[in-house]
Design a protein around this ligand. Structure first.
Ligand SMILES: NC(=O)c1ccc[n+]([C@@H]2O[C@H](COP(=O)([O-])OP(=O)(O)OC[C@H]3O[C@@H](n4cnc5c(N)ncnc54)[C@H](O)[C@@H]3O)[C@@H](O)[C@H]2O)c1
Length: 348
């Protein structure tokens, strides 16, 4: 039976890369016996500006019950003040579907793309497990005496035992299942008292995985080590905010946002697959957007749905295009968005 996937292109670059992903999915479905039924949803700025509604009530339940996965482009539009719609859609999906793992592989596909002297494919290959439903991104807090000299702005950070433990467990389980050797915790327990919960939980879960090396670094030191010795990292588990920052650093180490994929996961919910980049208003609509992050994201989705061969073929097609310089200009090539898709399809 076909698995059902929801497509949410979103805004700007999101719409462009989704169009290209659909071309790739057409080919993958025809060639690798992948059975997917696709349905598109027009949640984004255009709809929000017309109707005032970002995502209709009850939609999360529909995604939870009727869909096996969601493939997402990107949201963000300068016409919407405060990006209210983007927050409601993206955080609505991540929080509403309780997708507690933000899974971000950071693998250098070609030595040429490394910004680090002497570090190549062999050294830069790690995965970040970013907590995705807690931390500071919950809207708790507020502003008092706004615009005065006494202004006060407070943002609460949530860390629950349940939330911390399930994220750390997911990191260890994935490391073991995928032949990785080391799990590293990045926190700030030396300065943020609440992070002691992370450190204590990490040690407890690590004790259940004696075959894996468990290391702990304060997040600032971790950021430095990631640049100096990326080969020291296999799997990193960390908070929502730190993971957000670290994964952009990871994107920087592997060729930039044009090539960085991610997935938001909970084995008991409907997974969400999204490139790390946003709607890129500076280049959207000009044929300059790199669709490879979306292709690698699509590969993550195919793998999660059980299509390992198709996922690997798509990953390899992208990797070979990168090696051959068949890329958009952010990776040093001269191809347009759709020409990159042509190249990937040819290799598929
Ligand atoms: N997941 C998401 O939907 C998401 C993520 C980040 C930002 N946003 C939103 O996107 C809008 C723009 O935000 P931003 O500029 O900070 O981040 P961005 O990721 O859209 O762009 C940052 C820089 O990276 C470049 N870039 C991004 N994607 C690229 C691609 N596929 N190929 C080549 N270059 C690419 C852009 O041109 C820009 O210079 C904002 O409204 C923001 O809120 C959405």
């Amino acid at each position: 039976m076909a698995q059902k996937i929801a497509l949410i292109p979103g805004d700007g670059a999101g719409i462009e890369v989704m169009k290209e992903a659909e071309r790739v999915l057409d080919r993958v479905q025809a060639k690798f016996g992948v059975a997917l039924e696709r349905e598109s949803f027009d949640f984004g700025a255009e709809r929000y500006l017309k109707t005032g509604v970002a995502m209709p009530p009850g939609q999360l339940e529909v995604f939870r019950k009727d869909f096996d996965a969601i493939l997402f482009g990107a949201v963000g539009d300068p016409r919407v003040p405060g990006q209210v719609h983007a927050r409601e859609i993206l955080l609505g999906l991540r929080f509403g579907l309780d997708l507690y793992v933000n899974f971000r592989p950071c693998r250098l596909l070609d030595d040429r793309l490394s910004p680090l002297k002497g570090k190549g494919k062999k050294e830069i290959d790690f995965v970040v497990f970013r907590e995705n439903t807690e931390g500071q991104y919950n809207g708790l807090g507020g502003v008092f005496k706004k615009g005065t000299a006494d202004e006060l702005a407070i943002c609460e950070e949530i860390n629950t035992r349940k939330g911390v433990e399930r994220l750390i467990r997911a990191g260890f389980a994935w490391a073991k299942a995928n032949g990785r050797k080391r799990v590293t915790l990045g926190d700030k327990s030396n300065a943020i008292g609440a992070h002691e919960l992370w450190l204590r939980t990490f040690k407890e879960v690590a004790a259940e995985y004696p075959m894996l090396e468990a290391t702990h670094l304060y997040i600032d030191a971790l950021a430095m080590q990631l640049v100096l010795k990326p080969e020291d990292f296999d799997v990193i588990v960390t908070t929502n905010l730190f993971g957000d920052i670290l994964t952009d650093l990871g994107a920087g180490l592997t060729g930039g946002l044009g090539i960085a994929p991610s997935a938001s996961l909970n084995p008991e919910s409907t997974p969400l697959f999204e490139p790390v980049h946003g709607s890129a208003p500076d280049i959207a609509g000009k044929g300059l957007v790199n669709p490879m992050a979306m292709f690698l994201t699509t590969a993550l989705m195919l793998k999660e749905l059980g299509y390992d061969v198709a996922a690997l073929a798509l990953e390899k097609a992208v990797e070979h295009c990168v090696a051959a310089g068949e890329t958009t200009r952010d990776l040093g090539g001269s191809k347009s968005t759709s020409q990159v898709t042509d190249a990937v399809l040819a290799r598929l």
